[in-house]
Design a protein around this ligand. Structure first.
Ligand SMILES: Nc1ncnc2c1ncn2[C@@H]1O[C@H](COP(=O)(O)OP(=O)(O)O)[C@@H](O)[C@H]1O
Ligand SMILES: [Mg+2]
Length: 291
């Protein structure tokens, strides 16, 4: 499959490749004459179309992003022949730096600046996108769906009722009245943020309509231990950008939701230990947010 696909491109000389990730998309790292590229195979045309459109838009607006390599027909998207219907794209490869990047005060500010800029560009020009295929990150998707997926586990009942109760309170006093639903990244975890010359967001498959606080709260999700300075800095900057104190509470609420969504991802083998760990994290966020 990859051989047939690569024939559509003008590579000269030997092309070496290896799979770096195979779920849900197949991602290859390829090397040609000491240049590296990323190949991404997708099965849904609308997702790849939106991803490519966003990258073109960001390039056009001079927001740091990744280059897309054109094929022999001068197109960015290449259908893959044979077998099930798939599409492939080749991106410029940027080195991803260490998780430590998510632990500094300075980068917290830069991340937020970058995000605001990204969000602004996207929301001014979203008519580029195939909006019919775009998800709405509403209550049903964010809470009900993950809860249904993990309902078999003990202890979950307590959190179901707690989250629902908070959701009720939250909807009545959320800052979402001040922050309208807009186009958001939808999956802004650390794996989708690259640090090179600048901060680069990638992987726009899950863009949707929702609160930007959902994206910002995913910057707060722990991987390595984060400094409280980093977290405080993200919160402080967000309050400034959105001009409302209740932003802090909302961020913790969305952070809890982000954990819930991570927990219910189908590709993670869920154990009782993991569930318990996440439920503690969720409870922690809610308490910290005064919820
Ligand atoms: N242009 C790129 N430069 C460097 N690494 C990349 C690039 N694109 C993707 N990657 C790496 O591959 C991983 C998966 O790519 P991504 O576009 O996020 O696909 P997925 O939808 O499968 O998460 C990323 O987390 C990142 O580590
Ligand atoms: Mg990704």
């Amino acid at each position: 499959m990859i051989y047939n696909f690569l024939n559509n491109y003008k590579f000269k000389g030997e092309v070496e490749f290896e799979i770096v990730k195979s779920r849900p998309n197949i991602i290859y790292l390829i090397k040609n004459n000491n240049e590296f590229y990323i190949v991404k195979f997708y099965s849904q045309y609308t997702k790849i179309f939106n991803e490519v459109s966003i990258l073109q838009l960001l390039n056009f607006k001079n927001v740091q992003s990744i280059e897309i390599i054109r094929n022999n027909k001068d197109k960015y998207i290449t259908p893959i022949t044979g077998g099930e219907k798939m599409y492939g794209v080749i991106y410029e490869f940027l080195y991803e730096q260490e998780g430590k990047q998510f632990n500094s005060n300075k980068n917290a500010k830069n991340l937020l600046n970058k995000y605001m800029c990204f969000k602004e560009v996207l929301n001014t020009h979203y008519n580029f996108l195939n909006t019919e295929s775009i998800v709405h990150y509403n209550k049903e998707i964010l809470i009900e769906r993950p809860l249904t997926k993990i309902k078999g586990f003990k202890n979950i009942a307590k959190f179901t009722s707690r989250l629902k109760e908070i959701e009720g309170k939250f909807s009545s006093k959320t800052s979402s009245e001040n922050i309208p639903t807009q186009i958001i990244h939808g999956d802004l975890h650390r794996g989708n943020i690259l640090f090179s010359k600048d901060i680069t967001f990638i992987d726009f498959e899950d863009i949707g309509w929702g609160s930007p606080l959902l994206d910002i709260s995913s910057l707060l999700i722990e991987g390595d231990k984060r400094s409280s300075e980093y977290e405080n800095s993200i919160i402080k900057e967000s309050i400034q950008y959105f001009g409302s104190k209740s932003v802090e509470q909302d961020l913790f609420y969305y952070k809890a939701i982000n954990y819930l969504v991570t927990l219910s991802r189908g590709d993670v083998l869920i154990s009782d230990t993991l569930i318990t760990k996440y439920l503690t994290l969720i409870e922690d966020c809610l308490l910290k947010g005064g919820l």
